[in-house]
Design a binder for this molecule. Structure first.
Ligand code: 5GP
Length: 190
């Protein structure tokens, strides 16, 4: 089929929208079983997690709440401390709550391991991670991702919530862009 629109910038579809939808349904069903009789709080990390969070929550057949945080890492590549700056904090107390962090992609794992410690120190009863994607070859810290969608190779990906320079979040598939898309810059970030 001939490519049109944003797909003209795509070199390769790594995970198709059908595969994502099947996996997100399966994760939602597992979460429903694991949290039965509880009211989990899904914490989405902005902006990348909004697409996966909104699909995932519709497959969780339990009363659940959502909340959001935004973070930025201190100068990627210049630190291994894993300290992240909180740009937008949670709007509620999480003492005693069953918190499930929802993230788009785990790379070094530094962002999530910092967030995990931070949320546990606020008294969350349990804290687990759900991530659509993981790049295991890039991991710098040990981090359990209890609910994982897909492992991907060390390539810069976009789509299904994940951006390049603010764009491509609305692609339904997870994709790798053509090199010429980055040519005006210095190459893919990261
Ligand atoms: P970590 O702290 O695990 O190294 O960083 C995770 C964050 O890096 C993700 O939430 C995402 O914002 C960014 N990231 C990692 N890999 C990619 C990628 O392939 N594409 C994009 N757009 N962002 C990525």
């Amino acid at each position: 089929m001939e490519k049109t629109g944003m797909m003209l910038d795509v070199r390769e579809v790594l995970v198709s929208s059908e595969e994502i939808q099947d996996k997100v349904r399966e994760l939602g069903e597992r979460i429903t079983r694991d949290y039965r009789d509880e009211k989990p709080l899904l914490v989405g990390i902005l902006n990348g997690s909004v697409v996966v969070l909104s699909d995932l929550m519709r497959h969780i057949d339990l009363p659940c709440e959502i909340a959001f945080m935004a973070v930025s890492s201190y100068g990627a590549g210049t630190t291994t401390s894993g300290v992240v700056r909180i740009l937008k904090d949670l709007d509620r107390d999480i003492t005693g709550r069953h918190v499930l962090i929802v993230e788009d992609i785990v790379d070094t794992g530094l962002t999530l391991s910092h967030l995990r410690r931070s949320l546990l120190s606020r008294g969350a009863e349990t804290l687990e991670v759900c991530a659509l994607l993981s790049k295991p070859s890039r991991r710098e810290v040990d981090l359990e991702i209890k609910y994982l969608g897909f492992e991907v190779p060390d390539e810069f990906v976009v789509g299904y919530g994940i951006d390049y320079a603010g764009s491509y979040r609305n692609l339904p598939d997870v994709c790798v862009l053509k090199p010429e898309v980055f040519e005006k810059d210095t190459g893919p970030p990261g």
